[in-house]
Write a protein that binds this ligand. Sequence first.
Ligand SMILES: [Zn+2]
Ligand SMILES: [Zn+2]
Length: 286
Amino acid sequence: MASETVRAPAPVEPNGACNWRCPEHSERLAELFCRRCGRCVCALCPVLGAHRGHPVGLAQEEAASVQKLIQDCSECLVTKKRQHADNIAHLEDTGERLQAYADSSKAWLTQKFTELRLLLDEEEVLAKKFIDKNTELTLQVYREQAESCRKQIEVMDDFSTRVWVISLEPNPIQLLQAYIATKSEMEQHMSPLELSHPVPLSFEPVKNFFKTFVEAIRDTLQTPMDTRLKQNINYQLSGSSSSKPGTLLKMSPSPERSLFLKCKTQEWEREGGWVGEEQKWRRDRK
Ligand SMILES: [Zn+2]
Ligand SMILES: [Zn+2]
């Protein structure tokens, strides 16, 4: 396309081709061109005829200048076609880099979400371990308490047997002596027993903590992602991400501007282009 050359105009024949007759004066050759009316007229027309006082030129010279104009126009078309082709190439190149950047960003997200899942799994294990540990400790206390009660029952059974034997003693002296020997123990057993009620162990604090945690995450995720990203301070700081998808920077091809764009593009590419953008983004996230 860019290699296409503009065909050189064929030279205007001085004779032969100019056999056009004046529409006003059919006996005369139309050798002039009226610029106001855009018509070929004869030499008489601008002097006496309908084209009196109109600006005219020699048809041959006018044709030559039109041919020059066509040539300029063709050159302009070639240049613009080349610019379009450059635009396409640039868009395709940028598109390819964008695709690669999108893929690497998604891979990065996969990694982060895996990390997050592992953290949550770990947290779940820790929370369950917390419940298990406290349950086990409390059950241990309960078991010890029950064991102590069982021992007390054994002691009481033993004592019941002993006092029953004493009560069967027919000799009052012997009975009283036996009673004196067990008196303090008997008094001890006759004092009311302290009933022990286990204080119930509550896991509500743990459950409430994670309930609030899940609700906070759910609330956050219920906000549309666009809104959340806009609220994120990192997002606001990285100016390039704030433009809408597919925003194109339009510039007229004045030398200063194209130079500016070239410099900016080179600067951007020196900084690593898309890869650099990603690194910047990662750095900001840290
Ligand atoms: Zn005429
Ligand atoms: Zn005229």
